[in-house]
Design a protein around this ligand. Structure first.
Ligand SMILES: [Zn+2]
Length: 563
């Protein structure tokens, strides 16, 4: 594959060799495999489910690059394709998005309403709570790697949890670039669950990685430690290769992913990170013989590089173009190794949220109204101004940025609280960049929509993100085209998280050997994935306990869903 970046391939080869990629096969002879039989309702369940989340892989990126894919994404794009998948809720961040994929539930029910929320009743001084931490562990705080990773906040079971409950022999392995991805998809009962860190792979405090995971970790640590030369620019990325100046100096748009040895941040924001997760996943599959036992196993892979690349360089530069080619090729290599085992496996691939480009490039590309958020919307600044005006104690307002959930201080009398809420809501509403401000009380009284997610109202979207225990006193919604980063700096120029469709729409792709291809362009949701996979392995799911529905993967009159 000429356009394939040579440097990346060599990395994958190095990792593969170290991780015994070549022996990933279980000795099931490929040459004795029968010709591909069409999957029907009578076909036994697959022996392995591979659930892949590509962080920030928007429906727009999938559409833009679909005709260029030749590897793993081309394979998935020729399966059962839902190009208009929705992370239907309003707070389109990583943790909430990952919490929907294998639980069948909106964040309203998973409890994962945001990456960070506030709990003013926690004992420690830092009242911010990270979605995937245990804030009751002494000497922790929500940021800066000082938290104790935990699944505690997830309020519902995952597919893996249900598989384990039915048959403890079912193996569940979850590997991701980010802890919140591995945890929110992996659930409570995973046999192995790990994520990338500067030392390779790590897991919950006090746990020890298995020998194979340790081997993978060492190989990844060695790769991180090595300097990486620039990657080649695939020929069809040339039109993206334009330097865009950013506020704090420097440019984005022409990057090639070269980095110094030991630069973990750049490692994560490059195709290398996805290669590491895929290599580790393949090594763990082989070592644990996933897909070779009496029951169906589950391998969960969280590929985070696309998100870090989107945040640091936007979605339309050479960097993302290189990443789309690399992701396609690395997934292709991964599937080829699975094919060689002869295991009957089913794949689902989706994303935790969409994304969009940085305003500086959007303005150059026919979207002149794109802009950055006004720093005055910062909750600290807003709270200070209102507290001074009304003579209220400070700090008055807590929020994790200029939009989303906002929490009022608990040190207010009911009358003060009422006055503060009224003044804050009025001030936010009056700002020209604010679309709407909705109170928690209003959302509590709004039903969860049963309509198709493409026609959801603003209230419907926010309601799917609302959890009475964790949501803010009010929620601020920015207008479309407003990027909630006040100033672009190296490493952070673009983001997601909004209620708008560029952040909600993601592809949902299913593939299994012998499955008749079809495309359904109407809207479906990521909460539909869990019941769809459960039906594929005859696992009963109580429809009253989930928000999604089973998607029938069999074209024609037969159905893959339970009667
Ligand atoms: Zn994400």
């Amino acid at each position: 594959m000429e356009m394939f970046p040579v440097k990346l391939k060599s990395l994958t080869t190095v990792l593969a060799a170290t991780l015994c990629f070549a022996t990933a096969g279980a000795g099931l002879a490929q040459d004795s495999a029968p010709p591909v039989a069409k999957v029907t309702a009578a076909t036994p369940p697959p022996k392995l489910i591979v659930a892949i989340s590509v962080d920030q892989f928007s429906a727009d990126l999938f559409a833009e690059y679909r005709s260029h894919y030749t590897g793993g994404l081309a394979r998935l794009a020729s399966g059962v394709v839902f190009p208009a998948g929705y992370q239907s809720h309003g707070a389109t961040e990583t943790c909430p998005g990952h919490s929907t994929i294998l639980t069948g539930n909106h964040p309203a029910h998973t409890g994962i309403i945001a990456n960070n929320y506030f709990d003013l009743s926690v004992a420690r001084s830092d009242k911010r709570v990270y979605c995937a931490e245990d804030e009751t562990v002494p000497d922790t705080s929500s940021g800066g790697g000082k938290y104790a990773a935990s699944v505690n906040h997830l309020m519902v079971p995952t597919l893996g949890d249900l598989m384990k409950a039915r048959d403890p022999k079912a193996q569940i392995v979850s590997v991701a670039g980010k802890d919140r991805a591995a945890i929110m998809m992996g659930g409570r009962k995973a046999d192995e669950l790990m994520w990338l860190f500067p030392g390779g792979l790590t897991s919950y405090r006090g746990t020890t990685l298995s020998p194979v995971a340790q081997q993978a970790s060492s190989a990844i640590a060695a790769a991180i430690g090595q300097a990486r030369p620039a990657m080649d620019l695939p020929a069809d990325c040339a039109s993206h290769d334009i330097a865009i100046p950013i506020d704090k100096g420097g440019t984005v748009g022409t990057g090639r992913f070269q980095r110094d040895g030991g630069d973990f941040r750049r490692f994560m924001a490059s195709p290398e990170a996805d290669g590491a997760v895929l290599a580790a996943g393949a090594a763990l599959r082989a070592a644990r013989k996933l897909g070779e036992g009496s029951t169906t196993d589950l391998l969960i892979l969280g590929l985070s590089a696309t998100d870090y690349i989107g945040h640091s360089t936007g979605t339309e530069g050479a960097e993302m173009c290189i990443q789309m080619h690399a992701l396609d090729q690395q997934l292709g290599d991964f599937f080829a190794r699975l094919d060689a085992t002869g295991i009957d496996y089913a794949v689902v691939l989706t994303a935790d949220h969409g994304g969009h480009d940085l305003p500086e490039r959007n303005r150059q590309n026919a979207w002149p109204a794109a802009e950055r958020v006004d720093a005055a919307l910062d909750p600290e600044a807003m709270g200070k101004a209102v507290a001074e005006k009304l003579g209220l104690p400070q700090p008055l307002l807590y929020g994790d940025g200029p939009f989303g959930d906002m929490y009022l201080s608990k040190a207010l009398t009911p009358a003060q609280r009422k006055a503060a809420l009224a003044e804050l809501v009025a001030r936010y509403r009056a700002h020209r960049q604010v679309e709407a401000v909705v109170t928690g009380e209003e959302l509590a009284n709004h039903p969860i929509s049963k309509r198709s997610p493409d026609v959801w109202t603003l209230m419907d979207k926010l309601r799917a993100s609302y959890n009475a225990q964790r949501s803010g006193d009010f929620i601020v919604v920015l207008k479309p085209r407003v990027t909630p980063i006040p100033e672009s700096g190296l490493g952070y120029v673009a983001t997601h998280g909004s209620v708008w469709d560029y952040d909600r729409r993601v592809p949902i792709l299913f593939w299994r050997k012998g499955l008749t291809a079809f495309e359904q362009p109407n809207a479906v949701m990521t909460v539909d994935i869990m019941p769809t996979l459960a039906a594929l392995i005859d696992l009963p799911v109580d429809a009253a306990k989930i928000d999604g529905r089973c998607l029938d993967l069999l074209s024609g009159p037969e159905s893959s869903c339970r009667p």
